[in-house]
Write a protein that binds this ligand. Structure first.
Ligand SMILES: [Zn+2]
Length: 73
């Protein structure tokens, strides 16, 4: 299909070396945890599952809203 994906920047990855969540530095990610990885241009950000779910929820709502708007127009 010769169309662009809106969500190619997001993927689930596994933590290598322990680090802090990008959204909240008190959220610690340990080796072996899963996380949401988001590529924005040249930079890559990693989020804990809790923050990742919020980001996914917000993105799904946005896409659903766009879908509704395009169907209604
Ligand atoms: Zn977090």
């Amino acid at each position: 299909m010769a169309t662009k994906s809106l969500v190619k920047s997001a993927q689930i990855t596994v933590v290598g070396a322990a680090h802090n969540c990008k959204a909240n530095k008190r959220h610690r990610l340990k080796k072996g945890d899963i996380r949401l990885t988001v590529k924005e241009g040249q930079s890559t950000s990693h989020y804990c599952v809790c923050c990742g779910l919020k980001i996914l929820d917000r993105s799904i709502k946005k896409l659903t809203s766009l879908q509704t708007d395009i169907k209604d127009s």
